[in-house]
Design a protein around this ligand. Sequence first.
Ligand SMILES: Cc1cc2nc3c(=O)[nH]c(=O)nc-3n(C[C@H](O)[C@H](O)[C@H](O)COP(=O)(O)OP(=O)(O)OC[C@H]3O[C@@H](n4cnc5c(N)ncnc54)[C@H](O)[C@@H]3O)c2cc1C
Length: 375
Amino acid sequence: MSEKRHAEIAGAGFAGLTAAIALRQRGWSVRVHEKQPELREFGAGIFMWENGLRILKALGADQDYLSGCHEAPLMETRGPHNEQLHVERFGPERGTRMITSTRQHLFSSLLRSARVWEVDFRLSSEVLSAEPLGRLRTADGATFDADLVIAADGVRSQVRDSLDFGTRRTQYDQAVIRMLIPRDSNDLGGGTDSVINFWTPKHRVLYVPCNPRDLYLMLGAHRADAAAIALPVNTRLWSENFPCLAGVILRISNRGRQDLYETTTLSTWVRGRVAVLGDAAHAMPPTLGQGAGCAMMNALALAVILEREPNIDRALPLWEHTQRPITDHTQAVSATFAQSRAGSDGKSKWSDEALLTARSIPEGTADEAPSHFAA
Ligand SMILES: Cc1cc2nc3c(=O)[nH]c(=O)nc-3n(C[C@H](O)[C@H](O)[C@H](O)COP(=O)(O)OP(=O)(O)OC[C@H]3O[C@@H](n4cnc5c(N)ncnc54)[C@H](O)[C@@H]3O)c2cc1C
């Protein structure tokens, strides 16, 4: 196929950026519409596993990413008084590394690659709708025609909702507050490089070093527990519940963003020339840390399958058929874990089933020997 093909993408999140780079790598012209006036992520952390690292390598973003992230020696479970309940190790012997970073760092690594591949961005460009023949319509009244339209505009996707994809959204009882705070070498009696889940019967604090400077905290509680999920964070309540973290919680100040756990499923990811990608298609509770991982897997796979099957009308259903089983599996396990508070009993939740996605070899990465940290 000699004629250059063109994609219009709604949303410059992890899904939209990955799709844009992967399509550019295969000769497409690509325009990404982002409704915000600038390209950036919000202040929280993110887990990447082996599947995500393979994709970053395929996109040429792995070295940049690995130079600014953290590989914790342990994932621990502790009680509110710092008592250790369980220890988990990841690495080659488990078939996956567990890497943590700020969301902005992952985003910047992808954005650098997007710049190298000369992806065209249109900022402050809110997409309102798509048409199955291959057209996007933006809030300023403009229309953009394409061989392929991608709705990667997140869990509240306007583009998805402008067409009938059979969308179902399920919300769970858990609410979380996320923020980044400075790391301190005096935390927990002398500092730690571990990722730690602290549990009480009702509350949870996830403690995640991201790099030498930044600590990601996620506070979890029932959505009806108004005092616990209030913003600004009720530091007194959280310090009383987790006395060993009092010094950490004091540093929260007025930081924090609140979200609910949610699963989104569509009866189809494809309508004509429109493909739905990432959280717009398959949001999931973050209990496996795989929402962005799946978004990136599906984005790369879309470009790979379109290269293998140049007929777009045949390629899109083939893409969905190939990718759905692992995505459905990941959503199902994530949802079960969200409902059961998996891990709070001090037992491992990291079964082979739970690690299936992390250990999988995403479409388009079979030849990619995984990158490692520079010695
Ligand atoms: C508490 C929590 C913790 C998580 N932790 C992890 C983790 O550790 N690891 C992991 O892999 N995943 C994690 N996830 C999931 C992950 O954050 C998402 O799966 C991922 O961000 C989805 O990427 P996306 O690009 O599909 O959507 P988004 O990140 O939501 O990006 C959508 C983009 O589209 C833009 N946009 C929205 N509407 C429009 C419009 N109409 N027009 C144009 N642009 C628009 C937005 O501004 C945004 O830039 C977590 C999720 C939650 C809630």
